[in-house]
Design a protein around this ligand. Structure first.
Ligand code: NAP
Length: 286
C-alpha cells in the first residue's frame, strides 16, 4: 500500500494517476486528515502499514511563512519528522519533497545535492528543518528537491496568468535563474526512482537554463499559440536588486540533475518542451 498526503496539491494531481496504475494507493487531503495530527497519523500508519509514504504537503507561500512562522515550522519542519519516525517504526520508505530555498542562492552554477544549505527565509529554514528531522529519524527516505513546479491545479504559473490578465502587466525579474519543473515529469522521475529502489537526496528539474523572464515569455508565447488569443500584456523587466518584496529569495534556484541522470539513466526533457506540452494539453483544461 502507498499512502499520499496532500492529494489536492499540484504535484499529487500528476503523481496519483501514475501510482494508481501500478499500486494500491490511499490518498488524503487536509479535510480528511491533518498531517500535524499525531493521533491521525498513528492510526493511518496502523491501518495501512504503508510500504511507501509520499508527502506532498507544504506551506509554500513564502510571504505567508514569514508572518505565520509557527505554522510554517509545524507543517514544513515538525510534521515531516513525525512522519519519518512512523516510517522508521513501520520500515516504510518516506518520499519527501523539498526545495532549492534551503540554499542562499549565491552560487553561480546549479546547486548539487552535496552543496551546503544556508536558508535565507522562514520558508527555506522550515523546509531544511524538515529534511534534518527526516535524517535524524533513521528512516529510509527519498528527498527530492524541486523549484518552480507547475502542473494541473493552482500552481505559481496560474497565479502569474491571473495577475497578468487582471493588471494587464507583470513585473518579471530578468537576472534570477530558476529550474522550471513540470509536475508530470516529477511523477515520472519518482516512478523510476521507486522502481530502481533509490534512496537519499536527489534534485529534479527539467533540463536547460532559464531566467524567470525566459520562462514567462515562453509561457505567454505558448498561451498565444494554443488559445489563439492575444493577451496583450506589458512585461516590466527588472533586476532582482530592484524588485520590491517583503521576503528575501535566493537569486539562483537552479538545481543540478546530474546525480539523478547518472544514477537512473532518466532522459529529462528540456524545460521549453515540457512547458509546451503542459500549455498544449493541460493549461486550458483545469
Ligand atoms: N510548487 C513548487 O514550486 C514547489 C517547489 C519546491 C518543492 N515543492 C514541493 O512539492 C510538494 C508539492 O507541492 P505543490 O506545489 O504541488 O503543493 P501545493 O499545491 O502548494 O499543495 C500543498 C498541499 O498541502 C496541503 N496541506 C497544507 N497543510 C496541510 C495539513 N496541515 N495537513 C494536510 N494537508 C495540508 C494543502 O491542502 P489544501 O489544498 O486542503 O489546503 C495542499 O493540497 C510539496 O512538498 C512542496 O514542498 C513544490
Amino acid at each position: 500500500m502507498f499512502v499520499l498526503a496532500g492529494s489536492n496539491s499540484v504535484l499529487a494531481n500528476h503523481i496519483l494517476p501514475v501510482l494508481r496504475d501500478r499500486y494500491q494507493v490511499c490518498a488524503f487531503d487536509q479535510e480528511t486528515g491533518d498531517i500535524e495530527d499525531e493521533t491521525f497519523l498513528g492510526k493511518l500508519f496502523d491501518e495501512t502499514s504503508p510500504e511507501v509514504f509520499i508527502n506532498c504537503v507544504q506551506l509554500g507561500n513564502i510571504e505567508e511563512c514569514e508572518y505565520k512562522r509557527d505554522v510554517a515550522y509545524r507543517i514544513n519542519g515538525f510534521a515531516p519528522g513525525k512522519i519519518a519516525r512512523l516510517c522508521k517504526e513501520k520500515n516504510a520508505l518516506y518520499v519527501h519533497f523539498s526545495t532549492s530555498h534551503i540554499f542562499d542562492g549565491k552560487k553561480k552554477s546549479p546547486y548539487s545535492e552535496t552543496d551546503e544549505p544556508n536558508p535565507i527565509s522562514v520558508y527555506g529554514d522550515s523546509r531544511l528543518m524538515g529534511e534534518k528531522h527526516i535524517l535524524e529519524s533513521g528512516c529510509r527516505y527519498l528527498i527530492i528537491r524541486l523549484y518552480a513546479v507547475y502542473g494541473k491545479g493552482k500552481s505559481f504559473l496560474h497565479d502569474k496568468f491571473t495577475r497578468m490578465t487582471i493588471d494587464g502587466s507583470l513585473q518579471v525579474i530578468k537576472n534570477r535563474f530558476i529550474s522550471p519543473t513540470y509536475a508530470l515529469d516529477v511523477a515520472s522521475a519518482l516512478n523510476t526512482l521507486i522502481d530502481q529502489k533509490k534512496e537519499g537526496v536527489y534534485h529534479f528539474a527539467n533540463s536547460g537554463k532559464a531566467t524567470s523572464l525566459d520562462f514567462i515569455r515562453a509561457a505567454i508565447d505558448y498561451y498565444h499559440k494554443y488559445s489563439g488569443k492575444d493577451l496583450n500584456i506589458s512585461i516590466y523587466e527588472t533586476d532582482y536588486e530592484e524588485y520590491i518584496s517583503p521576503v528575501e529569495r535566493p537569486l539562483n534556484n537552479m538545481l543540478s540533475i546530474d546525480k539523478l541522470v547518472l544514477e537512473t539513466g532518466i532522459n529529462v526533457r528540456d524545460w521549453k518542451k515540457a512547458l509546451d506540452d503542459f500549455m498544449k494539453n493541460n493549461f486550458f483544461n483545469l
